[in-house]
Design a protein around this ligand. Structure first.
Ligand code: HEM
Ligand SMILES: N[C@@H](CC(=O)c1ccccc1NC=O)C(=O)O
Length: 273
């Protein structure tokens, strides 16, 4: 047996020894756990029991949003580079994350409205409306709306810059049109795009990769819509018809966002198949 501080043991007759690679990298230092686990600061005083859950859920959302932006950006770039398989592969990873994002609502719903009420009044005027990464995902996906940048209150210059850059850069839809264009389709008008989509849908054996890419975009759109629907029902359960801490009408405002679709032409196509 070896000696030292690492984990040592006899595995299958081989003397293994972990955690002593010069004493540099550890689990905690690699993952920056000291910093990460020090970021959950409650507003309530005395501490409301459920506020830790509320903060943790939101921080986990933002970590996944970061990953989703990483994958969507790379997927868009893969489309622009003609690497259709890679674009689809990355979109499929995003779908899996998006399913988890919707399921996470289950965890937050173990909090009752009464227990939320213990600290909700401390949150105003903060709200999910101010999530920059959430809006970046919308812009990158195809739903650019510059009015959100103006309506945001309290954004830092760095955050404003990130949103402005997302408004300028190509969306996933722009990249898909580029794929259609490079495959020989005219994409100059909405009518010609509709025509191209119908041709792709009508000859899947010939246009397999482009068809599957469109399906992956529709899936991303559907999963985003599912999150919005789940969020608004959770909101009704938590605060009924009360206005939001962000200053909106609350559930009414959120219901007005339910019809948002990133790729309306891909949905319209369904009516003509
Ligand atoms: C107790 C749970 C929650 C309640 C009661 C709630 C309530 C609300 C309300 C009322 C709004 C409208 C803006 C306003 O405040 O006036 C809103 C927006 C929003 N919330 Fe939540 N929320 C909850 C949890 C979450 C979670 C876990 C997330 C995940 C990040 C989230 C993300 C968002 C986003 C992104 C918006 C903006 C939506 C849009 O503009 O389309 N919310 N929420
Ligand atoms: N807008 C929510 C409060 C809320 O959920 C929230 C507050 C601060 C930071 C993020 C939040 N999450 C989503 O809106 C409310 O009106 O109760």
């Amino acid at each position: 047996m070896s000696t030292g501080d690492g984990v040592a043991g006899q595995w299958g007759g081989v003397d293994v020894h972990f955690g002593e690679e010069g004493g540099r990298l550890t689990y905690g230092s690699y993952l920056r756990l000291a910093e990460l686990l020090d970021q959950q600061r409650l507003e309530s005083d005395p501490p409301a029991h459920d506020e830790l859950l509320f903060i943790t859920i939101h921080q986990v959302y933002e970590l996944w949003f970061k990953q989703v932006l990483h994958e969507l950006t790379a997927s868009r770039d893969a489309m622009l580079a003609g690497e259709h398989w890679l674009a689809e592969h990355l979109l499929r990873r995003v779908h899996t994350i998006e399913r988890v994002l919707t399921q996470q609502v289950d965890i937050l719903e173990t909090m009752t409205p009464q227990d939320f009420g213990e600290f909700r009044h401390r949150l105003s005027p903060a709200s999910g409306f101010q999530s920059v990464q959430f809006r970046e995902i919308e812009f990158l996906s195809g739903a650019k709306d510059p009015s959100f940048v103006r309506r945001f209150r309290g954004l830092t210059e760095i955050e404003k810059d990130r949103l402005r850059r997302r408004l300028e850069e190509p969306t996933l839809w722009d990249a898909y049109l580029d794929v259609l264009g490079k495959s020989g389709f005219d994409t100059d008008s909405e009518d010609s795009i509709r025509d191209a989509l119908r041709k792709v849908a009508g000859d899947r054996s010939h246009y397999a990769a482009i068809w599957e890419l469109a399906e992956a975009l529709v899936q991303h759109d559907e999963l985003a819509a599912a999150w919005r629907a789940r969020h608004v029902v959770m909101v009704e359960r938590m605060i009924g018809t009360k206005p939001g801490t962000g200053g909106s009408s609350g559930a009414n405002y959120l219901r007005s966002r339910l019809d948002l679709r990133y790729y309306p032409l891909l949905w319209n196509l369904r009516s003509n198949l």
